[in-house]
Ligand binder design. Structure first.
Ligand SMILES: Nc1ncnc2c1ncn2[C@@H]1O[C@H](COP(=O)(O)OP(=O)(O)O)[C@@H](O)[C@H]1O
Ligand SMILES: [Mg+2]
Length: 297
């Protein structure tokens, strides 16, 4: 089988995408697939001729048009098979405001939030601490915890470098957990214990900057409930192939949806491989599972 690994792209997450793509390419070689690593440096049209000859495209892009549905729509039009969610779900999940709305509509918990433009008046009666983040960025880029009113404007300025829509979200104290899904299989919950206040860019991508616990030490009944609900959120958001849901878990055992990642990282330090490997599987088997999902799903 011929597999194209699509990586790079022009978003702020380009370097992470190259790490994901390199790891995936290595796994595909171990699986004895014919691999073409396709580095995306400008528009998707420039690489379409290379993709048309392949049996499948593994989408190793992160952020921007690789994750927001634009490239998925283009590949659909070309009848090219690719891994992960389609254009509508990708668009929805890239937009935190929209995806939080769907999740709340389905009666799950997600922290209260305002969506503002950087030039808007600040909403009245805000309760601190707040998390300020761009509506459509990943990797904790442009995100701040705001402890008081004085910190608010600088935080909005930092977020507005990356997006013209900003979320002001209630800060949820507690633990950081994430749930990976491939097809209909929900993996063991991963707990992340970052060495910073936030699971920020450095903690995400530097080995040793976070501690991971998988399976997370959470009572069994609650674990099952979180896993079931993660799958229901994935379905409510119309995701397919694979995905990863980020939650905060508070001291009362309430879990709060933060976001759905339709193209979660697949590097050595990434969470989906950790979750899968905790059950005894290998990285190559995980990649094969994602490819099989795309071909048969
Ligand atoms: N409402 C919140 N309460 C507490 N921590 C948060 C909240 N929102 C984000 N964070 C922290 O910031 C990290 C990144 O936020 P997230 O919404 O997952 O965006 P992204 O990963 O796309 O940058 C989270 O993993 C968590 O550590
Ligand atoms: Mg996240």
């Amino acid at each position: 089988m011929n597999v194209a690994i699509l990586m790079g792209g022009t978003s702020t997450e380009r370097e992470i995408s190259i790490s994901t793509g390199t790891a995936v390419a290595k796994a595909c070689e171990q699986l004895n697939y014919e691999v073409d690593s396709v580095m995306l440096n400008d528009s998707i049209e420039s690489v379409l001729p290379r993709l048309r000859n392949m049996d499948i495209v593994f989408n190793a892009l992160h952020g921007g048009e690789g994750e927001n549905g634009d490239i998925q729509r283009c590949l659909d039009e070309e009848n090219i098979v690719y891994t992960g969610s389609g254009p509508e779900a990708s668009y929805l999940c890239m937009n935190k405001h929209l995806s939080k709305g769907v999740v709340r509509e389905a009666e799950f918990d997600t922290p209260d939030w305002y969506l503002i433009n950087p030039s808007d008046d600040i909403p009245k009666n805000l309760i601190f601490p707040l998390v300020v983040k761009p509506n459509d960025q990943g990797s904790t880029v442009g995100l701040s915890i705001v402890h008081n009113e004085d910190e608010l404007i600088p935080a909005i300025d930092r977020a507005s470098v990356h997006s013209d829509k900003i979320l002001l979200e209630t800060f949820i104290p507690g633990r950081e957990i994430t749930v990976a899904i491939v097809g209909k299989d929900v993996f063991p919950i991963v707990e992340i214990v970052p060495s910073h206040e936030l699971y920020d860019y450095e903690c995400k991508y530097t080995t040793g900057m976070s501690r991971y616990e998988c399976p997370a030490k959470i009572p069994e009944a609650l674990t099952n409930q979180i896993q079931n609900d993660a799958l229901r959120m994935y379905e409510a958001l119309n995701c397919s192939g694979y995905g990863r849901v980020d939650f905060r878990l508070d001291d009362n055992g309430r879990y709060w949806f933060l976001e759905m990642n339709t193209l979660p990282g697949m590097t050595d330090t990434s969470l989906v491989p950790k979750a899968y490997q905790s059950g005894g599987g290998t990285f190559s088997e995980l990649i094969n599972k994602i490819i099989t999902e795309a071909l048969n799903g």
